[in-house]
Design a protein around this ligand. Structure first.
Ligand code: FE2
Ligand code: FE2
Length: 448
């Protein structure tokens, strides 16, 4: 059975008769409020009626994620299936309108995301350039202007990040791109964090787990300040001499100390010069290299313990590590983003509840299969990710890796018996995979 969208009225009828439904995907209303979690087995019609009151008239059921529909005896109700591709056991969607709509949607969102990114890129150049010229002064309205649009885009689009992979993983001027990237990634994570908050705090309370004061919901105007903090997190680096910042070999202890001071000393100095005393911005700049768990190495300054570090600062640190590891610098190669997510997850998982929750938001917003990335299937075909749910992919090479001229039918890899992603082979870096895309997919991935 493929992923299906089913009218909520139909589901209400089934449930009223004693049946049950589980979506296998989180359901949100238009403003991003979580209405139903993916793992909840619904047996009450009131729950569904409530969702309907929120303006949601159809629900997606994702069988690949344990979603389904069962009658009153517990027997699965088979929902109409799509025709199968000839000669294979792989469930497919029609290569027709659905894919066209998906591709058009990707094109549209990419345009919007790219425009936001380019604007942010222009603004950060001015901000960093001014700091360099004046020794610290910059125009704060440029920062506000940048983050308001970016934040809006990220809160409105769950997978906002995935439309920017091409920009995020290409590098010219490191500090400029890094500032915009950390702002983009951090904003995506904190929006996700916020959306899940109200639901999960109840879970935590119910389970009797201690939730400390730094685990809280952020108001919209606070999110603007947080996003501005991410944008500015490394401004102190402008005052670090270039020969140290771009040094190819290992830094000496003294040089390392100079670099460290970009956060708690130089960054702070610039804020004071500009009379910015917003505590969100200040905390992010000062503590974005602080410890996330006891005894974590190479962190500074050491005045903050992990429990005292607010969630939005922890988010900045993760976004910072992610961007630093996936970027190409003068002294190192870029790591594959998917391996980086795994590595960060391994390092920080299970330290404490707040960090666990942040990591969850991190993995959810970065995504294991972001739209626009390329994976290799078990049969050797390369495929383009159309939607991270499933995931839904469009194969574009033959099994030998030769690019196909004709557009193929999309495959839902979440379907039963569906072909899987080849997990043995290392995944392609987004920049390499862009090179092998056929023209119609390349066009989608090009900056507007
Ligand atoms: Fe930094
Ligand atoms: Fe940084």
């Amino acid at each position: 059975m493929d992923n299906e969208t089913i009218s909520i009225d139909h589901l209400i009828t089934v449930v009223k008769k004693g049946g049950r439904v589980k979506t296998g995907v989180d359901i949100y209303n238009k403003s991003g409020v979580l209405l139903l979690e993916q793992d909840i087995m619904v047996s009450s019609a009131t729950v569904l009626e409530n969702i309907k009151k929120n303006g949601v008239n159809t629900l997606a059921i994702i069988p690949g994620n344990q979603g389904g529909l069962w009658d009153e005896t517990g027997k699965p109700i088979v929902i109409e299936t799509h025709p199968r591709a000839q000669g294979t056991s792989v469930p497919t969607l029609d290569a027709g309108p659905e894919i066209e709509i998906k591709l058009r949607e990707i094109t549209h969102l990419r345009k919007e995301a790219t425009a936001n990114y380019q604007k942010a890129r222009g603004n950060i150049s001015k901000v960093l350039g001014d700091i360099k010229k004046t020794g610290g002064q910059f125009d704060y309205t440029l920062v506000e202007d940048t983050v308001s649009d970016l934040l809006k885009f990220m809160t409105e689009n769950e997978n906002g990040f995935s439309y920017l992979t091409k920009e995020i993983f290409s590098y010219d001027n490191y500090l400029h791109n890094h500032s915009v990237n950390v702002c983009t990634i951090g904003t995506a994570i904190i929006s996700r964090f916020n959306k899940r908050f109200s639901e999960s705090v109840n879970e935590f309370l119910a389970s009797g787990v201690n939730v400390d004061a730094s685990f809280r919901y952020y108001q919209p105007e606070e999110l603007v300040d947080i996003s501005a903090g991410y944008f500015l997190h490394d401004i102190g680096k402008v005052l670090v001499p270039d020969n140290i910042l771009n040094k190819k070999g290992r830094l000496t202890q003294d040089e390392f100390d100079v670099v460290r001071r970009h956060s708690y000393e130089k960054g702070l100095e610039i804020l004071e010069k500009n009379k910015i005393n917003n505590r969100f911005i200040r905390n992010i700049i000062m503590y974005h290299h602080s410890v996330l768990y006891d005894n974590e190495m190479n962190c500074y300054p050491d005045e903050k313990a992990p429990e005292g570090l607010p969630a939005y600062v922890k988010v900045c640190k993760l976004a910072d590590i992610y961007d630093a590891m996936t970027s190409k610098r003068s002294y190192k190669d870029a790591f594959n983003p998917i391996n980086v997510v795994t590595e960060i997850f391994r390092k920080y998982a299970r330290k404490d509840n707040l960090l666990q929750f942040i990591l969850y938001s991190f993995v959810k917003s970065i995504g294991i299969y972001p739209t626009g990335s390329v994976v290799m299937l078990e049969n050797g075909q390369y495929a383009y990710i159309l939607d991270s749910i499933g995931p839904l992919v469009l194969p574009f090479t033959d099994t030998e890796g030769k690019t196909l001229d004709q557009r193929q039918a999309a495959l839902d890899l979440g379907g039963e018996g569906a072909i899987k992603v080849d997990s043995e082979r290392s995944l392609l870096h987004p920049m390499e995979s862009f090179e092998i895309l056929p023209p119609y997919l390349k066009a989608l991935s090009m900056p507007a």
